[in-house]
Ligand binder design. Structure first.
Ligand code: 15L
Length: 254
């Protein structure tokens, strides 16, 4: 498939550029920051034409571009809602039928830890960042229902080379599983509109992976491999500060 990746120079983008290419896709990236020959440098908030040019003839767009941390409200609205709206509009205009959207676990970050969390729970953002992600999930749903776009919204957990905190034992998403998850969303004939959790096959997972597995995601990694090592170190802020909520230190009452 011909796949456009926004935010291609970011942490997840760099892994997907290589990984989806190796999985057989023809990948083109765009980012505000330079990152090699196959990534076009452009500010998508300012350059309206570049998205249309890039998406012309593409089969799917993987939309990662956004500020991946907490900001003020206006910045979150622009970075998530404004930019995602542009991407969805460009997909429609260029007849790109499939969108994979990088949402975040922080869309439900104030959900309590413990019981397995289904995908169809009310949004409980833990930050303006999480609010932006939750709002974009709703925007993607609108473009599916109104225009027939096929969309996967991935509530990504903790994308890391390896887990390093107790929370990561539940929230980790390995590099390899990230590629496998996005690739499954690109290829699935049954996608329609879906919200999925993006984590590895962690023994201590809080989030229900069954909907993703049903679409063909076959995770191979499990944070449990590092459990003994992690549990022999003192708890981190991410573990302790707000151990009640899945969002970790984003879900810090102020
Ligand atoms: C995210 O969505 C953030 O972008 C990342 O920095 C981590 O905080 C991650 O979630 C997480 O919850 O571990």
């Amino acid at each position: 498939m011909r796949v456009v990746i926004t935010g291609a120079a970011g942490r997840i983008g760099r892994v997907l550029m290589v990984g989806l290419g190796a999985a057989g896709h023809d990948v083109r990236g765009v980012d505000a920051v330079a990152a090699g020959d196959d990534v076009i440098v452009a500010d998508l908030a300012k350059d309206a034409d570049v998205l249309s040019r890039l998406m012309h003839g593409a089969d799917a767009v993987v939309h990662l571009a956004a500020i991946a941390s907490e900001t003020d409200f206006g910045t979150a609205v622009d970075s998530h809602i404004g930019l995602t709206h542009r991407v969805l509009e460009a997909a429609l205009a260029q007849r790109v039928p499939r969108v994979v959207y990088a949402s975040s676990n922080h869309a439900v970050g104030f959900a309590p830890r413990g019981p397995m969390l289904a995908v169809h729970v009310p949004a409980r953002p833990d930050s303006f960042y999480g609010f932006g992600k939750a709002a974009c999930e709703a925007l993607c749903s609108l473009y599916h229902d109104r225009h027939g776009l096929t969309v996967a919204c991935l509530r990504i957990g903790s994308f890391r080379e390896r887990p390093t905190t107790r929370r990561h034992l539940s929230t980790w998403l390995s590099h390899g599983d990230t590629i496998r998850l996005v690739d499954a969303c690109l290829r699935s004939p049954d996608l329609g509109f879906a919200i999925l959790y993006g984590i590895s096959a962690n023994t201590r997972a809080w989030w229900d992976l069954d909907p993703a597995r049903l679409l063909g995601y076959q995770p191979r990694d499990d944070a449990e491999e590092w459990a003994a090592e992690i549990e022999s170190t003192p708890p981190s802020d991410d573990d302790d500060l707000d151990g009640r909520y899945v969002g970790g230190d984003f879900a810090r009452p102020v």
